[in-house]
Each structure stands twice: as C-alpha cells, then as structure tokens.
Design a binder for this molecule. Structure first.
Ligand SMILES: Nc1ncnc2c1ncn2[C@@H]1O[C@H](COP(=O)(O)OP(=O)(O)OP(=O)(O)O)[C@@H](O)[C@H]1O
Ligand SMILES: [Mg+2]
Length: 359
C-alpha cells in the first residue's frame, strides 16, 4: 500500500455494544467495524437480534452499554435525527393519506429541498424501483411488494452517511426479488454508499455483501467476506447456517492416517497428523462427486432432481448427509453410488468447542 494513501474512513463502529431488555441480554459485546462504502449483511436465525442491532444503530433503541460511532463520530447519545442515517424497516409504515410521490418526497419537503430538484429525484428513484407508473396512487391501492418498494424509495432519495435496510425485499415475489437484488447491487456500485442490510436470504447475503456478520442468540459468530464465511466457517453453526443444502457435518475419529466415520474409512494422508483424535468432519454437498475410484460406496435414501443437478441423501455414521451431483438420477433407483471426497475442501471442527480447526 502506498504510504500516502489515507486509512479508509469508518462508516460504522460498535465497541462492546450490549442491549438488554430488563434482565434479558439480546445483544452481547458486539464489535463491528465497517469501512465507508462497505455493504455489510447481517444474517442469523429469527430472534437472534438483527433488527435490534439495526434499531440500536439508528438510535431507535437505546443501547445498554458500549459505544457506537457513525462516520467517525460517537453518536451513542445522539437522537436518531442527528445520526444521518436512512432506514427501511422490516415492518414499514407509509403515510396512508399521501400519494406514493408524496410519501417518497416527504423527507425532502421537510428538509426544504427545492421542488424541481425533489421531483427529479423522486422520478429517478421511482424508475429504479419500477414504481414510476404508481406515483399518484395511495398506499392502500398498492400490493405488498409495491408498498415495500415505496418504503425503499423514501430511503433512496436521501444521501445519508449510512443506509439501514431490514429485509427490504421480503415481500417481493421471486422474480422481482432477483431484479431488485441486482438493482441494489448496482446502486451500491455506482454510489459507493455504506449499507447495513438484514436478510434471511442466503443468496442475497452471498451476492450483495462486502462482508457478512453471522449472529446467533445475540452473539457474533463470524465476520468475513462471503467467500471466507463459506469456505472457512468459524464454527459448526456458521457451517450449517450458510449454504443450501448445508455443509455435511459428521463426528469421526482420526487414526492411522485416516478419518473413521462409523464403519467407513477415508484416507487423509498428511492431513491426519495435523488433526486431533476426535473431530467433526465437514464437507459441502458439492465437494462430493461420483467417482470410478470412490472413497465410499453409499446407498441413497432419497434422490431429488432439481433439473440441472441432483441431491442424493445417504446415511453415514448415524447422520443423514447430502451429495450435490451434476445431471439427473433415477429417483426410484436406490442403487449404491461411489463417492469421492475432495480432501482439499474438507473442514474439521473441535468436538468440544465446535470451532474450526486450522490445518
Ligand atoms: N421490546 C422488547 N422487549 C423484550 N424483548 C424484545 C423486545 N424486542 C425484541 N425482543 C427480543 O429480542 C430478540 C431479538 O429480536 P429481533 O427482533 O432483533 O430479532 P431478529 O433477528 O430481527 O429476528 P427476525 O429474523 O425474526 O426478524 C428476540 O428474542 C425478541 O423476542
Ligand atoms: Mg428482524
């Protein structure tokens, strides 16, 4: 890096952020630093604290302890209006008596943006969101997905320090969702906006994120690029949560240069020496392949053809595992299949802590 290049500015940082409701801790010691222009995606099971974290960043919820900075300024004790953020809520509310145009333009009107400039901005954003033909309608005359896009439009006409999106595409049908996902990605590329984005959708997380934050029960499990999260999950929770179908996880023992999974044995070569005696072995469904010289012969218990590929379920060491294979298989034929394990893509976890073992 050149000596004169300044350190990238920080869009958001939280330091030991804790949020409790009475005696219940909902967020524990959240430490996140996000560079300007990053697209940070929060994922995790329902109830893990994603919306709460977003509300804390917005200032809609007071944090119990810790500090929070936006664009390098400590805003821990600042009200929402002074934080320079634009938010799209999970349960968005539009002004029912205003038209779509007025809903999108309301914030600009309050801030005294000149009318012509405001109208041009509304038009631009409405086109982007494919709602320009609906500008004169009232919210009650819109579908759920259209309302959601209006809510998004209200945020996009702003030029805030930080955008906060809570599942903004959840009400859209599959096709529109894919289109909007591409639009959001383009918007991020062209504007370089800093975005914190909550989603349940794996593909959304993987395709949009600069980095993903995986939460479980209010604890950060891992922060990393989509590739890091997918290829080197920090623990079995992340391995299982990210990826569909999830990573196969199977308890095994390492002895004599091999991994023993139940009665089966997979030669590990040099790798075995770097592993403890007991492990949880992980391999993604796509890293199992049909082979003439297989590691294992498995008997399918279920075969699902998706069209371009098939998922084969089989049992190993008391676990149901899945292989993702190209092409199509006869769903009725449960004839044994020879599978090879891609050793370079195998991941191992500690049986006590569930943490990934560096090999
Ligand atoms: N006002 C409140 N009082 C007490 N508990 C609350 C309050 N608001 C949220 N919680 C609890 O905090 C936890 C986190 O909720 P949150 O809404 O942040 O989850 P989430 O990750 O956004 O879930 P989802 O994916 O379902 O939207 C939940 O267990 C919830 O019940
Ligand atoms: Mg939520």
């Amino acid at each position: 890096m050149a000596l004169d290049s300044p350190a990238p500015a920080t869009a958001l940082s939280t330091l030991d952020l804790v949020k409790s409701y009475g005696a219940v801790d909902v967020l524990h010691d959240i430490n996140i630093t996000m560079r300007q222009g990053e697209f940070l995606v929060l994922v995790g099971p329902s109830g893990c604290g994603k919306s709460t974290l977003l509300n804390c960043i917005a200032g809609l919820e007071e944090i119990t302890s810790g500090t929070l900075s936006i664009a390098g300024r400590d805003v821990t004790n600042e009200p929402p209006r002074d934080r320079d953020i634009a938010m799209v809520f999970q349960s968005y509310a539009l002004y029912p008596t205003m038209s779509v145009r007025e809903n999108i333009g309301f914030g600009m009107k309050i801030r005294g943006v000149p009318k012509a400039q405001a109208q041009a901005k509304i038009q631009e954003v409405a086109q982007l969101l494919q709602i320009d033909h609906l500008l004169d309608r009232k919210p009650s005359q819109l579908s759920g997905g259209q309302r959601q896009r209006v809510a998004m439009g209200r945020a996009l006409v702003r030029d805030p320090k930080l955008f906060l999106f809570d599942e903004p595409l959840s009400n859209l049908d599959a096709k529109l969702r894919v289109e909007m996902r591409a639009e959001i990605k383009r918007l991020h590329r062209t504007t370089g906006a800093s975005i914190v984005y909550v989603t349940h959708d794996q593909i959304e997380a993987m395709t949009l994120a600069s980095r993903i934050v995986v939460l479980k029960g209010g604890y950060v499990q891992q922060i990393g690029t989509p590739a890091e999260i997918y290829d080197t999950p920090a623990n079995t929770f992340v391995a299982d949560f990210m990826g569909s179908p999830p990573m196969n996880l199977c308890p095994g023992t390492v002895a004599g240069g091999a991994l023993h999974l139940g009665d089966d044995r997979i030669d590990l070569g040099d790798l075995a020496a770097r592993l403890p005696a007991n492990v949880i072995a992980g391999i993604r469904p796509e890293h199992l392949s049909r082979s003439e010289t297989p590691d294992l012969s498995v008997t399918p218990i279920m075969i699902e053809n998706t069209g371009s590929e098939c998922y084969v379920q089989f049992e190993l060491a008391g676990k149901t595992l899945t292989a993702k294979l190209p092409g199509r298989l006869d769903e009725e034929s449960m004839a044994p299949i020879g599978l090879a394990f891609d050793r370079s893509r195998m991941t191992f976890f500690d049986t006590e802590t569930d943490a990934r073992i560096e090999v």
